[in-house]
Ligand binder design. Structure first.
Ligand code: ZN
Length: 161
């Protein structure tokens, strides 16, 4: 069975940057599970998975526009330290979730200067060319419930929402 719209695909991956450093990898076990055709993956990765079958392996390097996009300087903002919980330790490199226009986004503290905190709302992987080593573990038909929800359910992972 080939990965296509309406199929649930499980795959293992290792993600590296152009220096060959590992940035992320799938958990052992079932790997990453997603519903094909519903924008759950970055565009370049989903496009390369289309038509692949269980056991297929491939490596692909995606430019930023096919991955997490280019960095946008307008996503860098200065906010007052008082916007954070009093007494909270704020330092460069910390990440927290914030509500953005398209749902929750991860914001990174770029630097702290006195009472000002410089935050960067770019995705941590924005602006990077990313190489994925992929092995397809499973391709199956989505269940009706998964199609209704528009996402894959982990094995045995029935849930209410
Ligand atoms: Zn669901």
């Amino acid at each position: 069975m080939q990965a296509a719209d309406g199929k649930v695909v499980a795959f293992h991956f290792t993600l590296t940057n152009d220096a060959g450093e590992i940035l992320d990898q799938s958990d052992e076990g079932s790997g990453l599970v997603y519903l094909h055709g519903h924008g759950q993956l970055i565009p370049g990765l989903e496009r390369n998975l289309a038509g692949k079958e269980e056991g297929d392996q491939f490596s692909v390097t995606l430019p930023p526009e096919d991955a997490y996009g280019e960095r946008d300087d307008e996503m860098i903002q200065t906010i007052s330290r008082s916007a954070f919980q009093e007494g909270a330790e704020i330092k460069a490199g910390m990440q927290f979730e914030a509500e953005g226009e398209d749902g929750d986004t991860v914001v990174t503290v770029a630097s702290v200067e006195g009472d000002e905190v410089i935050i960067d709302g770019n995705h941590p992987l924005a602006g990077l060319a990313l190489t994925f080593e992929v092995e397809v573990a499973q391709v199956r038909d989505a269940t009706e419930e998964e199609m209704e929800h528009g996402h894959a359910h982990e094995p045995g992972g029935h849930h209410d929402h």
